[in-house]
Ligand binder design. Sequence first.
Ligand code: NAD
Length: 271
Amino acid sequence: MRLREKVAVVTGSSRGIGRAIALAFASEGAHVVVNYYKNEEKAREVVKKIEEIGRRALSIRADVSDYKQVEEMADRVISEFGRVDILVNNAGILIKGPLEETSPRDWERVVSINLNGVFFTMRAFGKRMLSGKGGSIINIASVAGYVPLVDAGAYSATKAAVIMLTKQAAVEWGPRGVRVNAICPGPVLTDLLLSEYTPKELEVRKKVTPATRLGDPEDIARLAVFLASDESRYITGEAYGIDGGLASSTYWILHKLLKKLSEETGCYEST
Ligand code: NAD
């Protein structure tokens, strides 16, 4: 087991990618704090599953965009478990819309959860790791942090900022034993994706992904386990794409498009 007796906090882990990470950590021997925002019942179900695996688990309600609540959560974790070894900043939202139609309110909401929330939890738990035995912090960013997501400027901007915040903290905290890395998923089949894209749009996404499928939350959890464990002990300040090859496929997609156009119009040379 790669995370035996470690204490991990996973934000927004009542469902989706966070849930998969919480369960994978437990299977590798960690005790897990399941942070949630609204869905207490689902958080309890995750806690139950972790306990069935044989680890300790605790659900804590906290809005990551509220620093006071984050500090209270950190205090509670220390009083219940005595320390924190792993933090996964997973909580995040997507509000779509072209920039000129994005309301200042929506912009601020995305920034407050996706960026402020990551900073707040890094600050609160990072401080405690720095004064303890160090630790590993994993921020869930996105491919959108380096390739603009169509009609999702607020989201893309926050994810780019999270990648830089990751590198900043890695440099500042590395000498004191805290590693900080980011995971940048492509499309992963979760409620977030299902609420924003139609089944047809998701089918198209599969077709433009070299791996020919969407990501599974467990795909992301596997990388999170690696980054949380000592197997990655010399890795810090990195942002790992995990997208079935999507971000590298510009020319592959272009080639497909040109081929289709040439079949339809005869205007382009097909290779
Ligand atoms: P999801 O909507 O299923 O899960 C997000 C979780 O964050 C939910 O449990 C939600 O309640 C929680 N949350 C939202 N606001 C919160 C707040 N203020 N405080 C605490 N918790 C809060 O989505 P997901 O797909 O599992 O996404 C998880 C992370 O992965 C997000 O950061 C998302 O941006 C990122 N991501 C997802 C995809 C994808 O395709 N699904 C791709 C790239 C990155």
